[in-house]
Structure formats: structure tokens, C-alpha cells
Ligand binder design. Structure first.
Ligand code: C2E
Ligand code: MG
Ligand code: MG
Ligand code: MG
Length: 287
């Protein structure tokens, strides 16, 4: 009996895996056509400078408007695009589009673009970036490239010279999702980062949990000590914003300021009055 059950289960799993594979193949085929069919779009989420109390830049976040499936989230297609190498062409499109859009914004407003590890190893990233900036006549100092720790881990010797070359041209480099990798601390001082973006998972509990607050404070101090700008991602409430202000965090990003919006909404976002953090008495740790 047990044996029969086992076979049934096996068949079930095999069927499910087959369905997954089919979905993957279908998505891959669609992904290949998506660039040509202009199904990608960039949305922009404000980076908010806490001491100046104003938006100082926008992060470009890709959106795929699939003709049948509707909006496919980046997490459902970026890893696939990386696996099959399509991320190189997609990444090039993102760089060009983001620079073109930024050319329409005031000079003081920066644009941040996410870059995948594959773009470092299978394309001339420095050239792609230079071409995108030149085509849009945007100053290199307005562009920030966001890379995750895994980008570094995967091919250290390849990535480091490219980062230095990009920096030499005046482009800024941010470490994205800081704290989610394995060896953040040891890597942090050996790479030329201008900014660290503290992952959203560190902000969730900072109001209710003293330890979470203490960890946040320590990371902000660490970034500061290493001369890096510190951004906190995923700020959703006024209380979190107030606490981060008190901790002298440089910059925040999150739904409390604004979710990612289409490029056409940028002028409106820039015209909004300074965001109030609400209450002045946020829970504080003893110094
Ligand atoms: P990321 O670079 O860490 O981007 C931040 C993500 O957090 C975005 O998700 C954003 O919509 C979301 N987010 C922002 N504020 C909040 C908040 O207050 N609460 C919550 N719960 N979430 C918030 P999104 O747009 O789905 O992008 C997910 C990831 O996909 C990005 O993470 C990035 O790693 C990748 N990605 C997006 N666009 C591109 C791209 O053009 N190229 C590459 N290589 N990766 C991209
Ligand atoms: Mg990012
Ligand atoms: Mg991030
Ligand atoms: Mg993140």
C-alpha cells in the first residue's frame, strides 16, 4: 500500500515539476520577445534626504507588462533573465531608459540603477554605462549603480577593477540589500562603495524591538565611520522615519515617502512639500 502511495506521490511531484518547467519555458520565450515588443517599463521610487528634507534621487525599478499575465514582478523574471543571459540586453535597456528619464529631471536629482552580476562578467559594463550617459547627456555624477553582495562574491577579481573604472569616471556605487549576505562586514571596507542601502528586513522591528533598534544604530554608525552614505530601504511609517532621523541616517526609501511610480509622476513627486515625520517623540535608546 505504502509503495503505491509513494508512486502516486512521485507522479504528482513529477507532474508539478513538469508544469513548472513548462511555465519556465513559456516565460523564457516571452521574455525574449518582451524587449522587442516594448513590454518593459521603469518605475521610480524616491530617495529622500533626511537632513535636507527633500527627494534627492530616484531608484529605477523594472516592470514587465505581460500581454496575458499582466504585471510580472521583477523577482519572477530577473533571476530567469540572469540564468539565460537575457539580463545583459535588459540591463542595457534599463541603463539607457533610466538615463533618458533622468535627463528630464532637475540637475540635483540622481538616478539609481540596479545591476546584476552577469552584467559584470558577460558584457562591457563600463562601456554600456558610458554610452547610456552620453546618449542622454547626463553627468556621470548623477548615476548610482546598485549592486548586491552576491555580485561581488561571484567573481571578485573581475568585479573590483570594473568598480574602480566606473568610480574613476565619477559614477557612484551603492551596496544594495546590505546585511542579507554572508560576509558584509569584511567586504565593506575593501570595496569603493559610496553608499550602503540597509535591507528592509532591518527596519521592520525598529520601533517595537530595542535590539532591532540597536542593530540599526550600529549599522548606521558603521557606514558613517567608513565614509559611506547610509540609506534605509522599506521605511513604511512616520515613526520609523523619525527614529532614523534621530539616528542621523542620511537617506530613506519606502512606501512612507512613496511607492515606485511611473516616470510621468516624477514631476508631481518633486513638487510635494517636505514629508513630515509626524511625532517628535519616538522611542529612543539610551546613549
Ligand atoms: P531592490 O533593488 O532592493 O529594490 C527595492 C524593492 O523594495 C522594490 O521591489 C521596491 O518596490 C520594494 N519596496 C520599496 N519600498 C518598500 C516598502 O516600504 N515596503 C516594501 N514591502 N517594499 C518596498 P521591486 O520593484 O519588486 O524589485 C525587487 C528587486 O528586483 C529589486 O530589489 C532588485 O533587486 C530587482 N530589480 C528591480 N529592477 C531591476 C533592474 O532593472 N535590474 C536588475 N538587475 N534588478 C532589478
Ligand atoms: Mg536596488
Ligand atoms: Mg535593495
Ligand atoms: Mg531589498
Amino acid at each position: 500500500h505504502a509503495k503505491a502511495d509513494g508512486r502516486k506521490r512521485e507522479r504528482f511531484f513529477t507532474g508539478e515539476m513538469e508544469a513548472q518547467m513548462q511555465l519556465r519555458h513559456a516565460l523564457e520565450a516571452d521574455l525574449r520577445a518582451a524587449l522587442e515588443n516594448e513590454e518593459f517599463e521603469l518605475h521610480y521610487q524616491p530617495l529622500y534626504d533626511l537632513s535636507e528634507r527633500r527627494i534627492c534621487g530616484f531608484e529605477a525599478l523594472i516592470r514587465w507588462n505581460h500581454p496575458v499575465r499582466g504585471r510580472v514582478p521583477p523577482m519572477d523574471f530577473i533571476p530567469l533573465a540572469e540564468e539565460v543571459g537575457l539580463i545583459v540586453d535588459i540591463g542595457r535597456w534599463v541603463l539607457r531608459r533610466a538615463c533618458k528619464d533622468a535627463a528630464q529631471w532637475p540637475e540635483g536629482i540622481k538616478v539609481a540603477v540596479n545591476v546584476s552580476a552577469i552584467q559584470f562578467s558577460s558584457s562591457d559594463l563600463t562601456q554600456d554605462v558610458s554610452e547610456a550617459l552620453a546618449a542622454a547627456a547626463v553627468a556621470p555624477s548623477r548615476l548610482e549603480l546598485e549592486i548586491t553582495e552576491s555580485v561581488l562574491m561571484e567573481n571578485l577579481n573581475e568585479v573590483l577593477p570594473i568598480l574602480h573604472a566606473l568610480k574613476q569616471r565619477g559614477i557612484r556605487i551603492s551596496m544594495d540589500d546590505f546585511g542579507t549576505g554572508y560576509s558584509s562586514l569584511s567586504y565593506l571596507s575593501s570595496f569603493p562603495f559610496d553608499k550602503i542601502k540597509i535591507d528592509k528586513s532591518f527596519v521592520n522591528d525598529i520601533i517595537d524591538n530595542k535590539e532591532a533598534h540597536a542593530i540599526m544604530r550600529a549599522i548606521i554608525l558603521l557606514g558613517d565611520a567608513l565614509g559611506m552614505r547610509v540609506t534605509v530601504e522599506g521605511v513604511e511609517t512616520a515613526a520609523q522615519m523619525t527614529l532614523l532621523e534621530c539616528e542621523e541616517c542620511d537617506e530613506i526609501q519606502g512606501y512612507h515617502i512613496s511607492p515606485p511610480r511611473p516616470a510621468g509622476d516624477v514631476p508631481h513627486l518633486l513638487s510635494l512639500p517636505p514629508k513630515s515625520s509626524g511625532a517628535t517623540d519616538s522611542p529612543r535608546l539610551e546613549r
